[in-house]
Design a protein around this ligand. Structure first.
Ligand code: COA
Length: 149
């Protein structure tokens, strides 16, 4: 086994994965997400609502420090959409993002899900290892940006 994998394994033992929105430090989650390219400037209220209204959430904790978050929106039968995968900068490169996504897709409430989807600009490598592939029929994908009310 490669030394890096052993170190990752040792680190991973110290990470606790929680599946309750009540375990999420929303102020910290907001400070992360409001700087991302996909929801830049998002409000704290929207971050909290988004996680609380999701089908399943996960947060990663090192001691009493939250180091990662992710969520899944699903009909629990045919599809699941993974969103807001974020790992604090100092905790990156240790397998936490992959562990959170694996945690989400292996939840018993999502066992019937047939297709998993996500959008990413540049983190394809994180998900490829889990089995995700670029969608082979992009012409089937449609999008509508809601008009501001
Ligand atoms: C992307 C992100 C979630 C990865 O978290 P992480 O815990 O470091 O990821 P992991 O350790 O589980 O996996 C890292 C692996 O993915 C690869 N990778 C590919 N694209 C990457 C990217 N844009 N950022 C980080 N890692 C990337 C790494 O090379 C590494 O591969 P390896 O294990 O073969 O060496 C983290 O960098 C982050 O929060 N970035 C800012 C927010 C973001 O872009 N989120 C993704 C939205 S889809």
């Amino acid at each position: 086994m490669a030394v890096s994998k052993i170190i990752t394994g040792l680190f991973q033992k110290k990470i606790l994965y929680e599946n309750s929105p009540d375990k999420i430090n929303f102020k910290l989650a907001h400070s992360w997400l409001k700087e991302t390219y996909w929801c830049k400037g998002i409000s704290l209220e929207k971050v909290e609502k988004g996680f609380r209204e999701s089908t399943t959430v996960v947060s990663a904790h090192s001691g009493n420090r939250m180091v990662g978050i992710a969520r899944c929106v699903s009909d629990t039968t045919r599809f699941g959409y993974i969103a807001d995968v974020y790992v604090e900068e100092s905790a990156r490169g240790k397998g936490i993002a992959r562990a959170m996504v694996r945690n989400l897709i292996s939840q018993s409430s999502l066992r019937d899900v047939e297709h998993w989807y996500l959008f990413t600009k540049d983190a394809h490598g994180v998900y490829r290892d889990i089995g995700f592939r670029t969608y082979d029929k992009p012409e089937r994908l449609m999008h509508l940006a809601a008009t501001k009310k």
